[in-house]
Design a protein. Structure first.
Length: 421
């Protein structure tokens, strides 16, 4: 597929906000008291956290359990030398923090931009495709609406009209309206606003699977609306790019070099065994599997939520803040790789808290209120020891791996479940 020129993704409020936050870290350098920070997890969130902490003058150390960086975007070579990735990774123009990160690392040329259109497989017409084409030079959100109006295969004129009542409040009220929909699934939201069922089948099923690998009746509408709000309000928000190679080499390695050239460290093959706490519940140290005790001024978990649930210390197991994780479930994903002989033709948040706190500032972004029902569950909860993780493989730490008898055994060891052939 032909590569296209890089679009202007910098001329948006979200990109300017991301750049402003990045500059704040650099401004804090010198007025912050340097701290040592232990970060569990070498995925993009852990590496990004370390990157911005070194910008602010701190000394982060990233501890990654495996021998490869990237976490959910990790990749590795098979026996034939082909790269196996943990799924399809796309960078949209609306990803302001990622676009800013590529710019700061001076690796923007590694993004291969594609034509500005969305292509859908027609569920009702197997083997046929349709597209929403974005006309260059037309600003958002008009380019989005025009792309919908110009498409005559996906939705009928009546279905397009029936979609409008659900989108207008989002455009007028923005994020406040979006957050109010958090308790509604995509399916419930559609029915509330009278959207036709075919929109769910043709559009929202694809969006839900792409965003969270889950069905619309299980996905919060706030997730979909947040993405749509970005796409609707940015001229090039929906234009997508692919990395020009594997993620560990082309993205994670530059982040690692950046961190280590400024006094931080990135350590692989360093699985954490336990988060050890003091009697008051504060962190005493991290205990690695090899027996090493890691003591730092601050500690950050950049682990997937399903893994963090297994590491939650007993002292934290009845706290309402951590009980919220009980509502979150990891979603297993299986990727199928198809190889062709030619191209087809058809984390700043944790760093911000630490940097501002070390400068004596009060963190400025309010936390979302904890639901009363969670406080009640926390009150009734019985303290329990963390389950921890077993095995040495990628699956044990929330990453990807080639399925086989060895990794099947690791899953059976890590989780008390019955696997059916």
């Amino acid at each position: 597929m032909k590569d296209f020129p890089k679009p202007n993704v910098e001329n948006t409020d979200n990109f300017r906000e991301a750049a402003k936050l990045s500059q704040k870290f650099k401004d804090l350098k010198g007025i912050c008291k340097p701290k040592t920070v232990a970060i569990i997890g070498g995925g993009l969130s852990g590496l990004a956290c370390a990157k911005y902490l070194v910008d602010a003058g701190h000394k982060p150390v990233v501890y990654e359990a495996r021998d490869v960086l990237g976490g959910k975007v990790a990749a590795w070579k098979d026996k034939d030398g082909d790269w196996i990735e943990t799924g399809l990774h796309i960078f949209f123009g609306a990803y302001a923090n990622m676009m800013n990160l590529f710019k700061e690392l001076d690796i923007e040329d590694r993004l291969q931009w594609k034509i500005h259109k969305m292509i859908f497989a027609m569920q009702e017409l197997p083997g046929e495709f349709t597209s929403f084409n974005f006309i260059p030079g037309i600003p958002a959100p008009f380019n989005f609406f025009l792309a919908i109006l110009m498409n005559h295969k996906m939705l009928t004129p009546l279905e397009k009209i029936q979609t409008a009542p659900a989108l207008i409040p989002m455009l007028l009220q923005g994020q406040s309206f979006i957050e109010q929909q958090d308790e509604l699934s995509v399916t419930e939201f559609m029915r509330k606003y009278g959207m036709p069922e075919r929109i769910n089948e043709e559009v929202f099923v694809a969006m839900a699977k792409a965003l969270d690998f889950i069905d619309p009746d299980k996905l919060s509408m706030a997730v979909v609306l947040t993405a749509m709000n970005r796409f609707l309000n940015e001229d090039n928000g929906l234009q997508m790019a692919f990395l020009d190679g594997n993620q560990p080499d082309r993205l994670c390695e530059p982040m690692k070099q950046y961190i280590e050239s400024r006094g931080g460290q990135v350590v692989c093959n360093a699985p954490v065994q336990e988060i050890v706490t003091r009697p008051d519940g504060s962190v005493q140290h991290l205990l690695l599997r090899d027996g090493q005790e890691i003591v730092a001024d601050e500690y950050v978990s950049a682990m997937p939520v399903d893994i963090m649930k297994r590491f939650t210390p007993k002292a934290w197991s009845t706290l309402a803040y951590f009980k919220q994780m009980d509502e979150l479930e990891g979603i297993p994903v299986i990727n199928l790789h198809l190889w062709f002989d030619k191209k087809l033709q058809t984390g700043k948040l944790a760093a911000e808290v630490i940097a501002e706190r070390s400068a004596g500032w009060r963190y400025s972004v309010p936390m979302k209120d904890i639901e009363p029902v969670v406080y009640e569950r926390a009150r009734r909860a019985v303290p329990k020891d963390p389950v921890g993780v077993k095995g040495e493989g990628a699956i044990a730490f929330g990453g990807g791996a080639v399925w086989g008898s060895v990794n099947r055994g690791l899953v059976e060891e890590s989780d008390p479940i019955v696997l059916h052939d």
